[in-house]
Design a protein around this ligand. Structure first.
Ligand SMILES: Cc1cc2nc3c(=O)[nH]c(=O)nc-3n(C[C@H](O)[C@H](O)[C@H](O)COP(=O)(O)O)c2cc1C
Length: 155
């Protein structure tokens, strides 16, 4: 079992919903570890034991800032558990659209990472008013990541 002491959540946003997702995930993950939330920047990933990377989807793509961050840190990210999350709306249109989001949106983040992440998920975003699905999806993804980190002691 890896001792997870510090988790970094990296996100970017245009309209604020991915920032909310980062906060919701932090609330879960902080029950088992110190958590830092950051925009993509000069953060040294080597100081963290696990990393969550979140991007909203615009015109079928994750934000360039997030893809560049993954590329720039690819080597360091190869030695820590990584959770990738795409915040978008496609899944609101049913199962086929959700599979599409996994296949096309998350795949773009995975391609930059150069490997399969330990955990990944699609999170329902919003445009104007936050719905309950954003909270539920973010919380579920964080709990899944906790389990994968073999620390399923989160209530
Ligand atoms: C101009 C525009 C383009 C979008 N394109 C997509 C898209 O291609 N696929 C999708 O599932 N959602 C799309 N969305 C929905 C956003 O991904 C969703 O609102 C997300 O929560 C925005 O994240 P943010 O508030 O962190 O910027 C789009 C939204 C806007 C306003």
């Amino acid at each position: 079992m890896i001792l997870i002491v510090r988790i970094l959540i990296v996100y970017d946003t245009k309209r604020g919903s991915t920032e909310k997702v980062a906060t919701f995930m932090s609330n879960v993950l902080s029950k088992i570890s110190d958590v830092e939330i950051s925009k993509p920047s000069e953060k040294n990933i080597q100081f963290y034991d696990a990393v969550v990377i979140l991007s909203p989807i615009y015109y079928e793509k994750p934000l360039n800032s997030i893809i560049s961050f993954i590329h720039a840190n690819r080597e360091a990210l190869s030695s820590v558990p990584v959770c990738l999350g795409a915040v978008c709306m496609a899944q609101m249109f049913g199962h086929t659209a959700k599979s599409y989001a996994y296949k096309h949106y998350l795949a773009k983040m995975e391609k930059a990472l150069g490997r399969e992440p330990e955990c990944r998920g699609i999170i329902t975003g919003f445009l104007f008013k936050q719905g309950s699905r954003t909270f539920q999806d973010a919380t579920n993804l964080a709990k899944r990541f906790c389990k994968i980190l073999k620390m399923d002691n989160v209530k």
